[in-house]
Write a protein that binds this ligand. Structure first.
Ligand SMILES: Cc1cc2nc3c(=O)[nH]c(=O)nc-3n(C[C@H](O)[C@H](O)[C@H](O)COP(=O)(O)O)c2cc1C
Length: 425
């Protein structure tokens, strides 16, 4: 039977993704001057030949003053159609799409999750957030110390800040369209600024941007609406969103916000989960950790058998919004797992992160009918924790080790070197 992974998918904007396998966004940590450069192009030239149906870039920050990592590509100034900026970004878009793979740029503002050393605003300047709620890795002394060292406290955004950041998202999207990319994905997951607005834990405003799930969604809806006005109708606009636990009090609130995004005409929605405080996007959760242990894999037996971390939530979204193009990311390691998620109707697109950093041509193997199911997989061990990390906050360690390890592999891709899966766990 032909694999459903090989079927194309058309987004509402008209963009056709030639198959169901998407390289998920992974911050590359390669842009030393926060601009696209040769190492980025080298890494993406490998994914461009990898048989992906779509490529999502690592996060591009909309304001160079507020970066997620010191080496994120970013917008350095207002964009007014300058040819010099297009000339800077176009070679990157061309490399990604050289073999016809639509490439979607993930655009982001980290808000309160911008590390002290990341961004041109200065080490002591505050971060910005919907409300002045600092990041908390825990109540212990070490946890509080690490939080203070890693991040400055955020200040509550003024209306002027909100207008400026919306404009920065629009400018970045317009530049990406002018440079020739196929779309943008708003990073609305993992505790970054859009997610901070959506969540009642981090947004306690009582103006038009907070107070109810609908008002908390206003920030992202304005970004979406303004981008739509500024880019061609064929340019895709998607969003990466955090899942909510069915049993949690916020589940229906998340569904309300998804409905608003669907009504506003989002082209696709990628489901992920987690924040720096609770990194479930990497398969870790702090809620089940015992004191002094490392973080614990969260997959229940049932979801482990089905690989994907957020499968049940994706199914619920699918049931309520059958017309929404859904991407599910996190945990996919095999053809069987990816096919079963598509056949079950949990999602239309399968997002693959860490395996893509080890094997940039993973889809070529998954889509090759002469390769048996046993071979069409790339199981990955957890990245081992060095002994000294036992004293560090457990929430950040598991995810931090994973991102450090795999960004190291992306750096190897950029230098044309062989990559290696973690060998022990
Ligand atoms: C090195 C690295 C960097 C990442 N950077 C981003 C990012 O920039 N934006 C994002 O949405 N997710 C990012 N993620 C999360 C992935 O997109 C994905 O959600 C996560 O790795 C789970 O998928 P996987 O199990 O296939 O790796 C990153 C993950 C890794 C390993």
């Amino acid at each position: 039977m032909p694999s459903p992974l090989a079927d194309p998918v058309q987004l509402p904007c008209g963009l056709v993704l030639p198959n169901r396998l998407s390289k998920a966004a992974m911050a590359e940590l390669l842009a030393k001057t926060n601009q696209p450069n040769k190492p980025l192009s080298e890494a993406y030239s490998q994914w461009a030949q990898g048989g992906w149906g779509s490529i999502l870039t690592g996060n591009v920050q909309v304001d160079v003053n507020h970066l997620g990592s010191p080496y994120d590509p970013a917008l350095h100034q207002e964009y007014k159609g300058e040819a010099s900026l297009i000339a800077q970004w176009k070679p990157y878009a061309d490399v990604c799409q050289k073999h016809g793979t639509p490439t979607i740029v993930q655009i982001c503002h980290p808000g309160r999750q911008s590390f002290r050393i990341a961004g041109y605003r200065g080490m002591f300047a505050s971060t910005i957030a919907p409300s002045a709620i600092p990041i908390s890795l825990g109540s212990g002394l070490i946890e509080r110390l690490v939080s203070c060292v890693a991040w400055t406290a955020p200040r509550e955004m003024t209306k002027g800040d909100i207008e400026r950041v919306i404009r920065q998202f629009v400018d970045t999207a317009r530049l990406m369209a002018d440079a020739g990319f196929s779309g943008v994905e708003l990073h609305g997951a993992h505790g970054y600024l859009i997610d901070q607005f959506l969540s009642g834990k981090t947004n306690i405003r009582n103006d038009e941007y907070g107070g109810t799930p609908e008002k908390r969604a206003r920030f992202v809806l304005e970004i979406l609406t303004e981008i739509r006005k500024a880019v061609p109708a064929t340019f895709a606009i998607g969003i990466k969103l955090n899942s909510a636990d069915h049993s949690s009090a916020t589940f229906e609130e998340t569904m309300t916000q998804i409905k608003l995004l669907v009504n506003a005409g989002i082209d696709f929605m990628e489901i992920s989960g987690g924040t720096y405080e609770d990194p479930s996007m990497m398969g870790y959760s702090t809620s089940t950790s015992t004191p002094n242990s490392n973080t614990t894999p969260i997959k229940s037996e049932r979801t482990a058998a089905r690989e994907a971390f957020f499968l049940e939530f994706a199914k619920e979204v699918r049931a309520r919004f059958p017309g929404l193009v859904l991407m599910l990311t996190g945990g996919f390691r095999s053809r069987v797992g990816a096919e079963s998620a598509i056949r079950d109707g949990a999602c239309d697109l399968v997002g693959i992160g860490r395996p893509a950093a080890i094997e940039p041509g993973f889809p070529l193997r998954l889509l090759d009918e002469s390769v048996g199911d046993e071979e069409a997989r790339l199981p990955l061990n957890k990245v081992p924790a060095p002994f000294y990390t036992r004293w560090l906050p457990k929430n950040i360690i598991g995810a931090g080790l994973e991102t450090t390890y795999y960004s190291g592999q992306i750096s190897r891709l950029a230098r044309g070197l062989a990559t290696f899966a973690p060998t022990w766990s």
